[in-house]
Design a protein around this ligand. Structure first.
Ligand code: IPE
Ligand code: IPE
Ligand code: MG
Length: 250
């Protein structure tokens, strides 16, 4: 049985995988290219992983494509990234439709250039009935900003007398985040030998399993992805309990 089939047929496979796609710049530099070539190759890697994910019956894939902090990069790089985003959205519609993938986005979408917003809205609308997998792009996304907005929203509701302070529980907070339509990630993967979270899904990854790999994102392929998932499937998630308690439940 191939790794893909093993994952597809297992009840232990993750429902939601989140990825920090890192290392495009270093990949380009190593090859003597400019950074934007790395980002273009990063799109190819994302297409492979999204397809691999759909084929292994993973329900949710959420990828960090552009952080709130990435706005501080040189203007030319930000411009190149936005233009790659627009052209990829146009080009990849067929891949999304063929694999029945619904596209969604989280982040401060209003800060994106207008043509990005338009293209994104169009692809989201065209794929909204696809129910095999949801691919969520974190775009102009920052977790602290997301939490700040949620706190403001709930505080406003309290001030308006629409809810009580006591009604604010973990469920309510989760539903006030950009990710209200997603379960928490089971597995978080970061490529390129970096060991940090970079303001990604801070609330949501409270109990996610973490997987770090030295592969640079453009080199990260389906087999690497499946290996990460297999590593996840071989772990014991205890959620604060003891091994004995977990064993007696299964
Ligand atoms: C990840 O690759 C893509 C984005 C952050 C947009 P990087 O551009 O961060 O690549 P490195 O980390 O410089 O190699
Ligand atoms: C995180 O990567 C953001 C994305 C992958 C889009 P960065 O390369 O921006 O992260 P830091 O700044 O090195 O932590
Ligand atoms: Mg980086």
């Amino acid at each position: 049985m191939s790794l893909k089939e093993e994952i597809r047929d297992s009840i232990k496979r993750p429902q939601h995988v989140a990825i920090i796609m890192d290392g495009n710049g270093r990949w380009a530099k190593k090859k003597g290219y400019i950074r934007s070539i790395g980002h273009e190759n990063g799109v190819d890697a994302l297409r492979n992983i999204a397809t691999a994910s759909a084929e292994a019956n993973i329900k949710y894939l959420t990828v960090y494509a552009f952080s709130s902090e990435n706005w501080n990069r040189p203007k030319a790089e930000v411009k190149a990234l936005m233009s790659i985003l627009v052209s990829s959205l146009k080009k990849e519609l067929k891949t999304l439709q063929d694999n029945k993938i619904r596209l969604r986005a989280i982040g401060d979408s209003l800060s994106l250039p207008h043509n990005c917003q338009r293209e994104l809205a169009e692809v989201m609308e065209l794929t909204k009935d696809n129910d095999h997998m949801t691919l969520t792009l974190a775009l102009s996304y920052g977790s602290r900003e997301e939490i700040k907005l949620a706190v403001q929203k709930l505080a406003r509701e309290v001030a308006a007398g629409e809810r009580t302070v006591e009604s604010i529980d973990e469920e309510v907070i989760s539903k006030a985040l950009y990710t209200d339509f997603l379960p928490d990630p089971d597995l978080l993967i970061r490529t390129s030998d970096e060991y940090r979270i970079s303001n990604y899904l801070l609330w949501q990854i409270a109990y996610s399993e973490l997987y770090f790999t030295p592969k640079l994102w453009p080199d990260f392929g389906a087999e690497d992805f499946y290996e990460a998932i297999l590593s996840y499937m071989n772990r014991e998630r205890r959620f604060g309990k003891t091994t004995e308690q977990i064993k007696s439940l299964s």
